[in-house]
Design a protein around this ligand. Structure first.
Ligand SMILES: Cc1cc2nc3c(=O)[nH]c(=O)nc-3n(C[C@H](O)[C@H](O)[C@H](O)COP(=O)(O)OP(=O)(O)OC[C@H]3O[C@@H](n4cnc5c(N)ncnc54)[C@H](O)[C@@H]3O)c2cc1C
Length: 391
């Protein structure tokens, strides 16, 4: 039986960051993935992921993303690859039901957090938004905008690839195309069985993304739901000023009418936009991985047409990617209630990539010292006590 100090199951966003940080710390680490990351079967593909310091999802995320921004730059220096593009980020609410006193509004929450944490930003009214960003139409007179110069996007496939390569250079052993089928533990450590081998480890980190519920069983199978998401790259018109002139953005135009997007990337002739849906659950095995012509047309008519100048209705590329979501849409990061020496990481409810570099560092600290410098206690599985008890 092979032995190692730390084992990581799943080498996507979270797992790649974890094996890299463990290898960097000199730990004898093994990583296992059922596919060949970066790949298109999980939650970490599609060219771009938004990152922002004022994380409207909650104050607990601000220290995490700050660390990630530091680590992306370290990884760029080590690899020579461009990973983090600081394009500026525009968050906008332009909605008929906008209430300036509504503390749940995403733009207002983002502004409040930026003020509390001293994050550089500008608050923009409708006239300023129209003047600064004429490519975005349908800005109501009572619209409110938040602009964060340090926000932008990271390139998920490249981030994963770079971290896995650097991990291997530092001695990590990575098994790709190999599926973990069983995990057991005792006081001394953990035994992980794959379709090809058995490995014994002192510590185990499970970052299995969409598959975590199936692999870990109760209570995780009940707490983690998989939701199909669609990504669209619409063709840019030849003279559109969207390349290098446009920020990364998150727009709310009404209840159930929000979407986000990225600047058009040089040489690609397209701009990526997407929505998020949480009403129709799926599984990694049954997920429909193709986007239909009907879905493309719907996206154009409902979100793009009349809202972003310089795009045609032609979709040059589309993709399906899946969120794995907890009941409160926050992360689960906690020790497994029954398996000893095992840390469980949920795929982070559709907003985890920006935090992954820093979380990898924190998980490596957990393997080494039993705790991390970042306070991750708000992500405990115990907050779902009721759900856990009913199992
Ligand atoms: C469409 C979409 C848009 C998003 N946008 C953003 C954004 O703008 N900003 C942001 O911060 N976040 C965003 N996210 C969320 C973010 O991408 C995810 O939180 C993150 O990528 C999850 O990483 P992960 O490592 O948990 O999962 P994954 O990257 O999917 O990795 C899990 C890995 O585990 C492997 N695995 C599973 N089971 C086994 C097994 N039994 N044996 C071996 N290997 C196994 C899989 O093959 C896979 O490689 C988005 C997600 C999606 C889907």
């Amino acid at each position: 039986m092979e032995r190692c100090e730390a084992l990581v199951i799943g080498l996507g966003a979270m797992g790649a960051a974890t094996v890299y940080q463990l290898a960097k710390a000199g730990v004898n680490v093994v990583g296992i993935d059922r596919h060949h990351p970066p790949h298109t079967f999980g939650s970490s593909h599609g060219d771009t992921r938004i990152t922002r310091l004022s994380v409207g999802e909650g104050a607990q995320y601000v220290p995490i993303v700050r660390n990630s921004h530091r680590i992306w730059r370290e990884l760029e220096a080590l690899s020579g690859e461009s990973l983090f593009e600081q394009t500026g980020l525009l968050v906008l609410t332009s909605s008929p039901d906008f209430d300036p006193a509504d503390e749940t509004d995403f733009t207002l929450r983002t502004i409040a957090l930026a003020q509390t944490y001293g994050i550089e930003h500008e608050v923009l009214d409708a006239a300023q938004i129209r003047q600064r960003f004429p490519q975005f139409a349908q800005v109501r007179d009572d619209a409110i905008g938040y602009f964060e110069p340090e926000g932008g996007f990271v390139r998920p496939e490249r981030c994963i690839d770079v971290q896995l390569r650097l991990a291997e250079q530092r001695g990590a052993t990575l098994y790709k195309g190999e599926t973990v089928t069983h995990i057991s533990s005792d006081e001394q450590g953990v035994t992980v069985t794959t379709d090809q081998r058995t490995v014994r480890a002192d510590k185990l980190v499970v970052t299995a993304g969409n598959w975590a519920g199936g692999l870990l069983g109760a209570p995780f199978d009940r707490l983690l739901s998989v939701y199909r998401q669609k990504l669209f790259w619409f063709e840019t018109e030849p003279d559109a000023e969207l390349v290098g002139h446009s920020p990364t953005f998150i727009f709310t135009h009404g209840p159930d009418d929000d979407f986000y997007g990225f600047p058009a990337l040089p040489g690609e002739g397209s701009l990526k936009v997407a929505t998020a849906q949480y009403h129709s659950a799926s599984t990694p095995e049954t997920l429909d991985r193709t986007v239909s012509a009907e879905e493309e047309r719907e996206m154009y008519e409902q979100r793009v047409q009349g809202r972003i100048a310089g795009l045609t209705d032609r979709v040059v590329k589309s993709a399906v990617c899946a969120y794995t979501v907890t009941p409160d849409r926050h992360f689960i990061i906690d020790e497994h209630p029954r398996l000893q020496h095992t840390l469980v990481v949920s795929a982070c409810s559709g907003h985890g990539f920006k935090h992954s570099a820093a979380l990898g560092e924190a998980f490596a600290q957990w393997c080494l010292r039993g705790k991390s410098e970042l306070d991750l206690s708000l992500f405990s599985v115990g907050r779902f006590e009721q759900e856990c008890q009913s199992l």
